[in-house]
Design a binder for this molecule. Sequence first.
Ligand SMILES: [Zn+2]
Length: 397
Amino acid sequence: MIFNKLHIFSIILIIQMNYFVSLQYQKQNDMVALQKFTNLMQLFSYFKDEQICREYLATIRWNGQVVCPYKECGHEKCFSFSNGKVYKCAKCRKKFSVKVGTIFEDSKISLQKWFAAIYLITSHKKGISSHQLHRDLGVTQKTAWFMLHRVRHTFGLITPSEKLSGVCEADETFMGGNEKNKHAHKKTEGTQGRSVKTKSAVAGIVERGGELRAKKVPDTTGYNLRTFVYNNLEFGSKLHTDEWWGYKGLAAAFKHKFIKHNEGEYVNGDVHTNTLEGFWSLLKRGCVGIYHSMSDKHLQQYIDEFVFRYNTRQFSESYRFDTMLNNINTHLSYKQLTDARNNRKVEAEQGSFGFYPTKFTDAELIRLKMVIKELYGDLDFIMQIDFNDALKVVANG
Ligand SMILES: [Zn+2]
């Protein structure tokens, strides 16, 4: 069977993306923020003018080694002018400011307001609406909306480099649609309440005491849920789910235990999905209370925002702020943001190959091959792929 060239290309692309976007949540306990502040007043009293903001951003971004931000260049020798207001690349001769190549590029909003926005967005447990941000910062509601989306866009760029392990819970939920239908799948057998016509399905997995991952999926069929689990969970880990058939067959690769929700069972010893249920309710309350109606187009970004807050829950306010600033090296124009079709297309392409692009050991390769054939052998899409070749490509990076 022929291994589709497009798939090889997308695997390589994803691998490269993982290398370049190497930022991730830090697990260390000795996290030191560049500047300590525990409330908005302290933030403002430190970032009292644009000069200080610029210097702070430059330190976080380059740490003394200014790199040309133009993608085609990236030269490491640059000159600084006007007290750090302007830089010039020694190679391509282009001038740039510290904002170029970040979410602040082309923005007339002061860095001080941007910093305050980032602080407000990341420290409010339930999120902040564009209406609130507009009142808090004295910008128009449209500007606040755009700022929120630019910041939110960067949450999803924090790409995890490791799979989850230990004791994990996987579960799925539906966002949007009729309130009273939201938990229907927990009460009824079969497919009622699982329609994605008016709702969006979201798959989630959490390591107890560790990180959480959540992703919008086309539906809650086994293919999507199992692929999601494989993408995020280390082989041999403990996995707890409910009895939804979409999770069946995972016992081949994980220590899989499940609880019988439709028999009224919610906890059986340490087998439960309560950690994830807690996160779903936080996410849903955030959507209802803050964002009112959440457009499907931006749903993944909202999810990423809540995941970021969950995964940085033990960070100090200032360390969370620095982590966020560390991750602003992406430019998102208004056009990109509002171009729904574009976003969806990219998303679809990235999601078309569901397996985690990582380096597998030989033993894992053999195991994975067996499991994949067993689980997905009946699907046309999978049948088109020669997994030997696919995994070799993946394994050799
Ligand atoms: Zn340059």
